[in-house]
Design a protein around this ligand. Structure first.
Ligand code: CA
Length: 386
């Protein structure tokens, strides 16, 4: 089954309201799908992490750099293809955009492998440890409005009312303002619901410690990307000094990047981003490293229904660590803020919110071989950026 074409589809549309996180505000949604076609007519879909103009740069890497390397190769040889492409890209970027681009291609090859043998992705990965996974509803993105704390309180209460059993909010406006925001969200959801806080590496170590101590008081479950991903010593210091779980990993790439993060004991919860770190082939190697240290994994998820479906399969196939009769199940990360790429992009929507409502806060991957998704071509055309 030879690869005959690799196509990037970069999609965008304008949001009604500006949204943000600690690094920037944005007014457009972007998605970047990768389509791999074969001489047997089978088509595989993948997705690359990277928004806005980064997606356009990644499109060029997928179509003009990676495609010529893999045309004519057997689509089932995904391990060989991964090593071959990485070896040729190594001198030009062992992290970042080249690896994000490779990720989307690799995921499409796994989708093809599932379709070729008529099995869902989780079966190819060794089977399902569970049939459904709990979903955490992330929201509370930053906005430029004076009543942000009140808005956060109401949004958090609405996420709880939808049936999510855990939620996540953004911070990064400065320690004092952030404490107000976390207190407001805690008021909105009550003392029991699991709450996570994401700083998108906004802080230097001193402020991260100061905020982290308040997060302990407010019963926060994890503090995500408190400091810059390069600051391994900072991560270790926070882990040693704070009782709150330290989470991170979405800005790390390949087994080599993760090796240092994992062996350095930098995080309590690892958040690999399969659409960025090198695809499913590399995700499995990162998982092996994490398992060797008995490090819990909760995948980072961002993007369209293709990324969501990919992660649902991965989470079904993720073993419990350390194992037992009452394990802590892995969560699916789900963005509750407006994004038509979650469901609009698929002929049969995943409808995560409906699943959460009707199945006690849990979701399952779609049936069918590979990822189980069918991409809506009309939707692609209507949202095409390039
Ligand atoms: Ca994050």
């Amino acid at each position: 089954m030879k690869i005959v074409r690799v196509t990037s589809h970069v999609l965008c549309y304008d949001l009604d309201e500006e949204l943000g996180y600690s690094q920037q505000y944005f007014t457009q949604r972007t998605a970047h799908l990768v389509e791999v076609e074969t001489d047997e007519g089978l088509i595989g879909w993948g997705e690359c992490f990277g928004a806005g103009n980064v997606a356009l740069a990644n499109k060029a890497i997928v179509e003009r750099v990676i495609q010529p390397m893999i045309l004519g190769l057997d689509a089932l040889d995904r391990e060989v293809i991964w090593q071959q492409v990485y070896n040729l890209l190594r001198d030009h970027g062992q992290k970042g955009m080249p690896i994000q681009a490779l990720s989307g291609v690799d995921i499409a090859l796994w989708d093809l492998a599932g379709k070729a043998v008529g099995l869902p992705l989780y079966k190819l990965l060794g089977g399902a440890f569970r049939q459904r996974v709990p979903v955490y509803g992330y929201g509370m993105m930053l906005q430029r409005r004076p009543d942000l704390a009140q808005a956060f309180e109401a949004e958090a209460a609405a996420i709880k009312a939808k049936g999510f059993t855990a939620t996540k909010m953004k911070v990064g406006l400065g320690v004092a303002r952030d404490i107000e925001l976390v207190e407001a969200v805690r008021d909105g959801i009550g003392p029991e619901m699991r709450l996570m806080v994401d700083a998108n590496h906004a802080f230097a170590i001193h402020d991260a410690l100061a905020l982290g101590r308040e997060l302990e008081r407010l019963g926060v479950y994890w503090f995500e990307e408190p400091v810059a991903p390069e600051d391994r010593a900072g991560y270790r210091e926070l882990r040693a000094k704070l009782a709150v779980n330290i989470a991170g990993g979405e800005a790390e790439f390949t087994r080599w990047g993760f090796r240092d993060l994992i062996e350095g004991r930098c995080v309590d919860i690892l958040q690999p981003e399969v659409c960025g770190l090198g695809g499913i082939t590399e995700y499995r190697r990162v998982l092996a490293l994490a398992q060797a240290q008995l490090l819990p994994v909760v995948n980072h998820v961002w993007g369209s229904g293709v990324a969501l479906a990919t992660n649902l399969h991965l989470l079904l196939a993720l073993p419990d660590l350390p194992g037992g009769a009452h394990p802590e199940p892995p969560y699916l990360e789900y963005d509750t803020t407006p994004n038509r790429f979650k469901d609009g992009i698929l002929v049969r929507p995943l409808d995560i919110e409906g699943q959460v409502r009707d199945h006690d806060g849990t979701a399952a991957p779609p049936p069918g071989p590979g990822l189980g998704v069918e991409v809506d071509r009309d939707f692609l055309e209507a949202h095409r950026a390039a």
